[in-house]
Design a binder for this molecule. Structure first.
Ligand code: DQA
Length: 144
């Protein structure tokens, strides 16, 4: 089972980016945690981070031929990036949307996701654990 985890813009700054909001774990810490969970679930996982929408769209296109499922934290693109929504829909792989924070408890613009509607489900608000929960949910879905 091959899973791709995509981290969107500014998530490369985790650890120092607004730690009162996002915590102090770095992206490397989160990726290490993802790899541990993937190993336990017997999933082959690859994690990538991109700051530009086009790079994420390209990544999704490549994933169409190589992965069984996708976990994506589109970060701020969540709220307005229609090309990303279209790419997730076009690729058609089971995809789980993830957010570190509870986007519904923050600024009103964060409560709206243009990508969630083409994802199987969304997990938000559990910090780095959101990614692990998403991996478990995806593994369950793919094995069903
Ligand atoms: C985020 C929430 C988004 O609103 C924000 O733009 C991010 C991170 C999260 O993981 O909580 O960059 O996706």
């Amino acid at each position: 089972m091959n899973v791709l985890v995509i981290h969107g813009p500014n998530l490369d700054l985790l650890g120092t980016r607004e730690p009162h909001v996002y915590g102090t774990a770095t992206l490397a810490d989160i990726d290490a945690r993802i790899r541990r969970v993937a190993e336990a679930l017997k999933i082959d996982v690859r994690t990538v981070q991109h700051n530009s929408e086009g790079a994420i769209v390209d990544e999704l296109h490549r994933a169409a031929a190589t992965v069984d499922g996708i976990v994506v934290n589109p970060a701020a693109f969540t709220h307005y990036a229609y090309a990303l929504r279209d790419a997730i829909a076009a690729v058609g792989k089971p995809t789980i949307e993830v957010h570190i924070t509870n986007v519904h408890a923050r600024e009103p613009f964060r409560a709206h996701s243009v990508t969630a509607g083409v994802c199987h489900g969304t997990i938000a608000g559990f910090g780095a654990e959101s990614y692990c929960l998403a991996l478990r949910a995806l593994a369950d879905l793919l094995r069903r």
